[in-house]
Write a protein that binds this ligand. Structure first.
Ligand code: MG
Length: 338
């Protein structure tokens, strides 16, 4: 198994502003794995918050010795080795997980959804994200998103009401809200959620900081909308505790090390009677397609990371009016654009 990797700078169509940051370019690393004449792809989209950078990802790949394994088919053994190689490094681990799954699908000649027995016609509807911006830009973005039936709105600064009012002037479609930990006071959070309930909002993602778990529990007991954990959840082991403070979890492949662990998180959340959403970072069609193969198992999909960029080097799952359309090509179903 031969690994090589390359950096791509993804250009965002609009500056992407959430409650704690803003950016125009998102660098990612594409991992290529060649074995037995088959080329497979993985992707790592690093997040500073979780201690990753382009440098840490390259160093992690370089530290791996996959020559000890005979075949990528030995997924369990290889991924156990990769996970134990160093703590953290979740997006780098994800890249390896995706490349292995892509390879296995290609070797067997089946798309991943088929390998897992899932119906590609049943992918959860996918939302389109509206980041925080001025009234004029938000209005323009809502018009541009006319074909998407569900919008996910970023809130958590002091212009929450203005954001929602601006959107509601243009459309009455269903909204998901993501506060990205922006509300630090639980009474304020409760008040905002009460108001959002009247604005046809379906749920609120991460209303308060992950380190205010007791406040989140308090809020969950009183809030009229489902609360979905995002910043509070990274990996499988955290899911059971979160059932005390949230109604669902937002799984991100880049945080949970890939589709293998994501599947376990989905099953665990279901056992706890929790809703399941899958989100993404800014990613190419490699990461987005990987998530989309699991979309038939989700309640909510927020896999628009590559729709927000103008130079995705890959073609894969298509987002057609908010519906994730998986193709019948084997593995992840992605191809490098010429
Ligand atoms: Mg979020």
């Amino acid at each position: 198994m031969k690994l090589s990797w390359k950096q791509y700078d993804l250009k965002l169509k609009h500056t992407f502003r959430i409650s704690r940051s803003a950016r125009d370019i998102a660098p990612v690393i594409i991992l290529e794995m060649v074995h037995d004449g088959i080329t497979a792809y993985g992707e790592a989209s690093p997040t500073k918050r979780y201690g990753e950078s382009l440098e840490t990802i390259g160093a992690f790949f370089a530290s791996l010795d996959l020559s000890r394994f005979e075949s990528p088919m030995q997924l369990e053994d290889i991924l156990a080795y990769v996970d134990a190689a160093a703590p953290g490094n979740t997006s780098a681990k994800c890249a390896v997980d995706l490349a292995l799954h892509d390879w296995v699908g290609k070797k067997l000649g089946v798309p991943l959804y088929q390998l897992w027995g899932l119906n590609p016609a049943k992918t959860a509807p996918c939302s389109f994200t509206i980041a925080i911006d001025s009234k004029e830009v938000v209005e323009q973005k809502v018009h541009e998103a006319a074909e998407f039936p569900i919008l996910k709105v970023k809130l958590g600064l002091d212009n929450d009401e203005e954001m929602i009012n601006t959107i509601r002037k243009v459309t009455d479609k269903v909204l998901y809200v993501d506060a990205n930990e922006g509300w630090k006071d639980r009474n304020l959070a409760l008040e905002r959620i009460k108001w959002l309930k009247d604005q046809n909002v379906e749920f609120v993602e991460q209303p308060m900081p992950a380190d205010q778990f007791d406040d989140l529990k308090w809020l969950r007991d009183r809030a009229d909308l489902p609360l979905i954990a995002d910043e509070s959840v990274l990996r499988l082991s955290e899911v059971p505790r979160l059932a005390e403070a949230f109604d669902g979890i937002n799984i991100k492949l880049m945080k949970c090390t890939g589709v293998r662990e994501a599947m376990r998180m989905i099953n665990t959340a279901r056992a706890l009677n929790m809703k399941v959403m899958m989100g993404c970072m800014i990613e190419t069609a490699v990461g987005i397609s990987a998530g989309a193969h699991l979309a038939p198992l989700l309640d909510y999909a927020d896999l628009d990371g590559n729709v927000l960029v103008s130079n995705d080097p890959f073609d894969g799952v298509r987002n057609i009016k908010g519906r994730l359309s998986l193709n019948s090509q084997p593995g992840l179903g992605v191809t490098l654009r010429p």
